[in-house]
Structures are given as structure tokens and as C-alpha cells.
Design a protein around this ligand. Structure first.
Ligand code: SD4
Length: 320
């Protein structure tokens, strides 16, 4: 309903089918999502698959050293290592793959796709994922930039008092890219260095199918960003997709998921949890929502030359 009301002239052209171009779309989380949608769009225009386009978009962000929470130049963990998580999913087949806790490999989203295409598995972690990467010809490289190292020294985790959980540093953010191709099929990719100063070995939602990403042509595509523990706990992206399957618009589905995150966070006494969801369906409808004070922005392109930055509505917890 909300999506219908906020439809722009560009949206209208797509819905009425009067656009010269077959319906295509790319959306991506945060303002750096612009980099992703700009890289994804030419591929969609050429008729390449949704997953190819989403991967090209995610990889452009992984390569950008100024994006300090994804790929090369990502935020280091508590012991100064850059440890990356990623996953990919194809809406037509439900084929999917992920990697978690991978060091020294820059293109972890592409590695996740290799897991999907060249192994019988869905998720590889740590040293095993790195060995697989080497076997597949991915170069081993340092992911530290001088700027990221300097920042880590400045903000590195202080020892927590005995018995207390370690403190996380400022900064995190994931790029999740959702795409719709000319054949009307959806694809999605999620890639991140995760929460700043996370414990070594910590895995967030981003490499987990159903948590950080879920894509199914028969219902829709959804991705998440924010505090992974809260996204995993509430069944994140799968929940959003199942809301669309039940007939909700992408916007309504994202809002329903944030209500759920809020309810769980209140129940556990950790409210507000910083979480945001982004969704896209096969009609090209887009939805997004976030918890309060998350200031979630996302980039949208529906096949023309313009990239639009939108701000998601913040959904406050409903008092019980
Ligand atoms: C994680 N969800 O590792 C990621 C971090 C993130 O915005 O997206 N932050 O928990």
C-alpha cells in the first residue's frame, strides 16, 4: 500500500509497461550502494542475469578502498584482522552460496558464488574457505589500507572489565544488492567486513542465507544490514520474503520485519537494535524500513540513467 502511494513517475512508467527497456531494477544498501547500482545496471541492460549484475555491483564496492566496511579496506576485528562475510542467491533456482570469516581474499562475494556453483555445499568458513579460494585461483592479498590501519589503532577495542562482554567499535555497514533482470528473475548478493572490532571467529547475518539475504522469484528478494545478531535472531530476510509470499508489498513486508525485530529486542531488553531491511519483487516494487535512529539510506535504479537515494522510514516499537 505504502509503495503504491509513494510511486514516482519512473515507477509509473515501469508499472504501465510503457518504458522502452524491459523492466529491470537494481537496489543496494546505504549511500555507497550507488557504486553498486551503477555497476549493475549496464549488465542488466545488456540482458545479463540478475545474479551477474548483483555480483558486479557488490564487487565494485568490495574494490573501493573508501568504503570502510566492505572488502578491501574493511574494518578490522578485535585483533586487527579484516575478516569478510558474503553470500549470493539466485531467485529462479534458489541456488545459493556463502563464505564466512575469510581473510586475505578481496572478492568474497565471487567466492560465495563459486561455493554455490562448484561445491555441493552452501557455506564455507575460515581457513577452509580460504583454501577453496586459493584452489579456485583467487589471489591472496592484504585487505588493510593505511587509513584503515590508522583508524584501527585509534579506535581499537579497550579491554573489557572481567566478566563483561567486549565492546564493539564504531562503524559497520554491509552492501546488499538486489536486482531484477530482463527475464523477470531476481538475484541478490550481500558482502561485508561485519561489525567493527568483532571477536575473532564471530559470524554475522551477512553470509547466512535467510538472515542477511533471501531471494525467491516466487515471492521476492530481501536483504538486511545492521546488527547481525538481531537479524539472525528474528529470521531476517527470510521473514521479509515470506511476508511478500503472503501477499504483502515489499514495503509492508520490510515494515513487518522491523516490527518483529523491535518486539524481539524489547523482549530481550536490548532495544533499540539497529537493523534495516531492503526488498524487491518481480514486479519491480521496492520496499525498505529500519529501526529508529538507524538513518538507513539506499540506492535505487530502475533502468534509466539516474540513481536515486532514498531514506527508509524508521519504525518505532509499538508499545504493548
Ligand atoms: C554484521 N550485518 O556483520 C553486518 C553488519 C552490517 O550495517 O550490516 N552493518 O552484523
Amino acid at each position: 500500500m505504502a509503495d503504491m502511494m509513494t510511486r514516482s513517475p519512473i515507477d509509473e512508467r515501469i508499472f504501465t509497461g510503457s518504458a522502452a527497456m524491459p523492466q529491470i531494477a537494481a537496489v543496494a544498501t546505504w549511500t555507497f550502494g550507488q557504486i553498486a547500482v551503477r555497476a549493475a545496471l549496464p549488465l542488466l541492460r545488456q540482458g545479463q542475469s540478475a545474479l551477474d549484475a548483483a555480483l558486479a555491483g557488490a564487487q565494485a564496492v568490495e574494490d573501493d578502498p573508501t568504503v570502510q566496511s566492505v572488502g578491501y579496506g574493511g574494518i578490522a576485528n578485535a585483533i586487527g584482522a579484516v575478516s569478510l562475510d558474503a553470500c549470493v542467491m539466485e531467485g529462479r533456482t534458489l541456488n545459493c552460496g556463502g563464505v564466512a570469516g575469510v581473510e586475505n581474499i578481496r572478492h568474497v562475494a565471487a567466492l560465495a558464488r563459486r561455493v554455490m556453483e562448484r561445491t555441493p555445499h552452501v557455506l564455507l568458513v575460515g581457513e577452509g574457505a580460504r583454501l577453496f579460494a586459493v584452489q579456485q585461483g583467487f589471489p591472496l592479498e592484504t585487505l588493510h589500507t593505511p587509513e584503515a590501519v590508522a583508524q584501527w589503532y585509534k579506535e581499537r577495542p579497550k579491554a573489557a572489565p572481567p566478566g563483561q562482554p567486549p565492546r564493539l567499535g564504531p562503524g559497520h555497514d554491509t552492501v546488499t544488492v538486489l536486482t531484477l533482470d530482463q527475464k523477470g528473475s531476481l538475484g541478490g548478493v550481500c558482502t561485508t567486513s561485519g561489525l567493527a572490532h568483532k571477536l575473532p571467529g564471530r559470524v554475522g547475518d551477512s553470509p547466512l542465507i535467510g538472515a542477511g539475504l533471501y531471494v525467491d522469484d516466487t515471492a521476492g528478494a530481501a536483504g538486511a544490514t545492521g546488527v547481525g545478531e538481531e537479524i539472525i535472531r528474528s529470521g531476517g530476510s527470510f521473514f521479509v520474503v515470506e511476508q511478500m509470499r503472503a501477499g504483502r508489498s515489499p514495503q509492508e513486508a520490510c515494515e513487518a520485519a522491523i516490527h518483529r525485530v523491535n518486539a524481539v529486542a524489547i523482549r530481550r531488553g536490548v532495544h533499540p537494535a539497529r537493523v534495516a531491511f531492503l526488498a524487491l519483487d518481480v514486479k519491480g516494487r521496492i520496499g525498505a524500513a529500519c529501526t529508529t535512529n538507524t538513518n538507513f539510506r539506499y540506492a535505487v535504479n530502475k533502468g534509466d540513467q539516474t540513481v536515486e537515494l532514498r531514506t527508509a522510514p524508521e519504525i518505532a516499537a509499538t508499545p504493548r
